[in-house]
Design a protein around this ligand. Structure first.
Ligand code: PEP
Length: 251
């Protein structure tokens, strides 16, 4: 049985005063029935981790470098994330693929480094609107999945986030059937590549304009094990409503 996961991605948002939202969140969800992950900007990782006390919420990074250390000005290694208290890292987000021209091969190398540092990786895949309209979604997702996910992945350290690029921050979402089709496809591919053990225990998140208003229906879809949430994770009120919807889907 996979434990559900609600993950928040603050992107390039958040100053130290905004950690009050984290305080509110963990106060409201003192004993969550699902796993929680919050990925603030790197500048807040250590401070966010320090505020958790014994709370089970995990803190994560939003990217890491593939190398363990070295002359890479401005970059952050996986072990630096771990040292700052991170337990997970988002990799291959479409904004990084676009803004930083990250390829599947780069994402896979980063994921290897993250796994070596003991981090769980949330590897993002998603098609553009043109690709969906050309009926190429499954080809694109299949290609990204096989090239971005490293062979050493386990059921514990691998989380896949299906995030259609056109749904991110747009208020648009695929239909429930469209989400289900992609998640079933990813599950089948993982089982074929890694076997039933890893393939069935890796968690699959949906991401792209998940809000308190649509979360409950998205969580009814089979093979949706939770959500990666951008804008709605910035406030404790909205993220909490999504967490509550995910908890309700487990009963
Ligand atoms: C994201 O960027 O991962 C995301 C899903 O953003 P939003 O929820 O704002 O669409």
């Amino acid at each position: 049985m996979r434990r559900k996961l609600a993950a928040g991605n603050w992107k390039m948002n958040g100053l130290s005063t905004d950690l009050a939202e984290l305080d509110r969140l963990i106060t409201r969800h003192a004993a969550p029935a699902v796993d929680l992950l919050l990925c603030p900007p790197a500048t807040l990782l250590a401070a966010a981790s320090a505020r958790l006390g014994n709370h089970p919420l995990l803190i994560g990074g939003q990217d890491c470098h593939a190398a363990a250390s070295g002359a890479h000005t401005g970059d952050i290694s996986a072990s630096m994330l771990a040292d700052a208290g991170a337990r997970a890292v988002i990799l291959g987000h479409s904004e990084r693929r676009q803004d930083h021209e990250e390829t599947d091969q780069m994402v896979r190398a980063k994921a290897r480094a993250a796994h070596a540092a003991g981090l769980t990786t949330v590897i993002c895949l998603g098609e553009s609107l043109d690709e969906r309209e050309a009926a190429n979604t499954l080809d694109i997702i299949g290609g990204q999945l096989s090239a971005s996910v490293p062979d050493n992945s386990t059921g514990e350290n691998l989380v896949i986030a299906y995030e259609p690029i056109w749904a991110i921050g747009s208020g648009l979402t695929p239909t429930l059937d469209q989400i289900g089709e992609v998640h079933d496809f990813i599950r089948t591919r993982l089982e074929r590549r890694f076997g039933a053990g890893v393939g069935r225990s890796a968690r699959l998140l949906y991401g792209g304009s998940v809000k308190p208003e649509n979360a409950a229906e998205i969580f009814t879809i089979s093979n949706v094990d939770g959500a990666l949430v951008g804008g709605a994770s910035l406030t404790a009120d909205d993220f909490s409503a999504i967490i509550t919807a995910l908890e309700a889907s487990t009963t």
